[in-house]
Design a protein around this ligand. Sequence first.
Ligand code: ATP
Length: 227
Amino acid sequence: MKRDTTRRGIAILGGTFDPIHFGHLRPAEEVRQALGIEQVLLVPAGQPPHRRQPHADAAHRLAMTQLAAAPHPVFTVLDWEVRKVSPSYAVETLARLRAEYGDTPLCFILGTDAFLRFDTWHRWREILDLVHLVVTCRPGWNNPELPEVLKLEVQARQMETPAALLARPAGGILFQTVTALSISATQIRDLVAQGASPRFLLPDAVLAYIGQHDLYRRECGSLPGDA
Ligand code: ATP
């Protein structure tokens, strides 16, 4: 995985990817281009501690992420979290990446919705020193009211440009505007459960996989308890 092309920096996008869709891939690609870096690591979560369990099991979510990434060498899938039997915490993955990549800038991409809850993440303050956060503006989440602790972190760490961010390996926060794509995995699961096609919201190969494995056919969209 370590190549010269990773020296400028690496972007990382974690998620349940239940299933992965263009609302994940396009913002990740736009961050990659804006930062001028060559690699995005896609990290499907195993047992996410912050929300209900995913609908598709880890092996399916990993397979769908691999199918989405396969045609695009800029995307690499990291299977560390799905291979764990214990709950997967981002801090552990990011600490392992930091150990592996030395001083390479690591840019952890979060949608605005995820950033708003970031202060509830396990050992979240450590994450701020392991990586940079790149917060992408997600549709419906413009100008969100941040919790006070996060406001203080933004005041102390916000960088105005990708160049300023990449001057250091970690510790900054960059807000990156990306093309608004109002797509969610919940919407895709709901469509499949209703017998409607979610095509054009996600890669064709992922859609075909969902059909082949009969995923999301039962009532499974926005259940009570969805975070
Ligand atoms: P669900 O609908 O099941 O809650 P999701 O579509 O929000 O899923 P996740 O796997 O939970 O997808 O998201 C992983 C990451 O991708 C999060 O940081 C989230 O904010 C971001 N993300 C998801 N969809 C979009 C989108 N349409 N635009 C920008 N960021 C997104």
